[in-house]
Design a protein around this ligand. Structure first.
Ligand code: AMP
Ligand code: GLY
Length: 425
């Protein structure tokens, strides 16, 4: 079967790497892909939101399965576009409908969904310019810190945690009145702060049944010791030592099952990944957020630990047969360290040549590309997050030190990476 994967990050390279290992995968196309995905298949210069371009590709290359990496095309209705088009309707797509993608695309939608299904999440209220004055009163009496969330997609920047009330009031005004995050912050969710440790849990669902993939933890801050600005993710580990069997049982019973049952009961068209952004507070799991896709850089440790044939699992999801599937996990730990451009997450330059990426790595190391491109037979940097180097190990520490060691051999101008991924385990 020919497969089309949509996206261009480290997540997509990890998905491409895993799908390419399947005997069921004939030709693999990636739109638009990066210099790493071009080693797993054929990159095609079609943007992730160019639905007509995607349609032409699906038809011309006889694509039998489409896998969507990022949230944007899902929230914008790629799945609905396929279902409505007679030439595409029979092609399975891994990803939810636009309605289902609101689990990620609208914080207010996801909070209401959790409320309806008694899924533990922080208490909240939602405000727009209509009830702005009420919002100000609400903020004046809300315990600190206060969490403000732009309702819509804001490129991972729409969440503010304010430990000062005046700051919260000023940000609230900026978001609603001055459109700090454009139309995404026309509606703001104000929610209680939860104090705990975070982890990422992933399910693949056919809308009724699901399988759980290995859990992971990502490291969002730029600096060693979880300091400095937030980024798209500087590294990830799997498994997560504090997510033991008893805790994961609670996660399944209190969060995963009620979520999938909720989607099913409400007839929400959802075939694809559900990413549960969780926080463990006093040994209990709470939902911080849902995403309608896999995590990045979590995928770069989840895929290496998944022992199943990924294409088989995805086809089982598309054919509503996930009830018969079970996941096999590599007992080894996996750690990925992300190498970023100097200056990231602020301004940074692109176009630097990357050396050392092509040398043979040992068997327990996999290099995934994120922001890379091919130019004149060289690989150059083309984004903030450039590479994700994943290593296996007996323990997280072991995997982490292999990951760092392997990165030492790779160079580009301004390259930076955290040297402490997994430090607390
Ligand atoms: P989100 O975009 O919803 O993932 O939020 C970004 C980050 O903000 C999360 O990963 C958490 O670290 C933090 N966060 C969001 N909501 C809360 C909350 N209610 N309590 C504590 N931290 C939160
Ligand atoms: N690593 C968090 C995310 O993918 O949103």
């Amino acid at each position: 079967m020919n497969i089309l994967l949509i996206g261009s990050g480290g997540r997509e390279h990890a998905l491409a790497w895993k799908m390419k290992q399947s005997p069921k995968c004939d030709k693999l196309f990636i739109a638009p892909g990066n210099a790493g995905t071009s080693r797993c298949g054929t990159n095609v210069a079609v943007a992730v939101t160019d639905f007509e371009g995607i349609k032409s590709l699906v038809i011309s290359e006889s694509i039998g399965l489409v896998v969507v990496g990022p949230e944007e095309p899902l929230v914008k209705g790629l799945v609905d576009f396929f279902k409505k088009d007679p030439e595409l309707a029979s092609v399975p797509v891994i990803g939810p409908s636009a309605f289902g993608a609101q689990l990620e695309g609208s914080k207010a939608f996801s909070k209401k969904f959790m409320e309806r299904h008694n899924i533990p999440t922080a208490s909240y209220r939602e405000f727009t310019s209509e009830n702005y004055a009420e919002g100000v009163e609400y903020l004046k009496q809300h315990p600190l810190p206060i969490v403000l969330k732009a309702d819509g997609l804001a490129a991972g920047k729409g969440v503010l945690i304010c430990s000062d009330r005046d700051e919260a009031l000023a940000e609230f005004e900026e978001m609603i009145k001055n459109q700090k995050f454009g139309s995404a912050s026309a509606k703001v969710v104000v929610e209680a702060f939860l104090d705990g440790i975070e982890l990422s849990v992933f399910a693949l669902t056919d809308g009724k049944n699901y399988v759980l993939l290995p859990e992971a933890k990502d490291y969002k801050r730029i600096g060693v010791g979880d300091t400095g600005l937030n980024t798209g993710g500087m590294g990830a580990v799997s498994p997560v030592p504090f997510a033991d069997a008893a805790f994961m049982k609670k996660v399944e019973e209190k969060i995963v099952k009620p979520t999938i049952d909720g989607l099913n009961k409400e007839n929400i068209d959802y075939t694809g990944f559900v990413f549960f952004g969780l926080i463990k507070v006093n040994n209990e799991p709470w939902v911080i957020e849902y995403n309608c896709r896999m995590g990045d850089p979590e995928t770069e440790v989840v895929m290496p630990r998944l022992q199943n044939d990924l294409v088989e699992l995805l086809l089982a999801a598309a054919n509503k047969k996930l009830g018969e599937a079970s996941v096999k996990t590599d007992p080894r730990a996996a750690v990925t360290t992300v190498a970023v451009s100097g200056g990231y997450p602020g301004d940074y330059q692109k176009g630097f040549v990357i050396s050392g990426h092509d040398r043979p790595f040992s068997e327990d190391v996999v290099l995934f590309h994120a922001g890379t491109q091919e130019k004149n037979n060289e690989v150059i940097t083309s984004g903030g997050r450039v590479l994700a180097l994943t290593a296996y190990g007996k323990t997280i520490q072991d995997a982490a030190s292999r990951s760092r060691q392997a990165l030492e051999a790779i160079k580009f101008d301004g390259m930076y990476f955290r040297t402490d991924i997994g430090y607390e385990f």
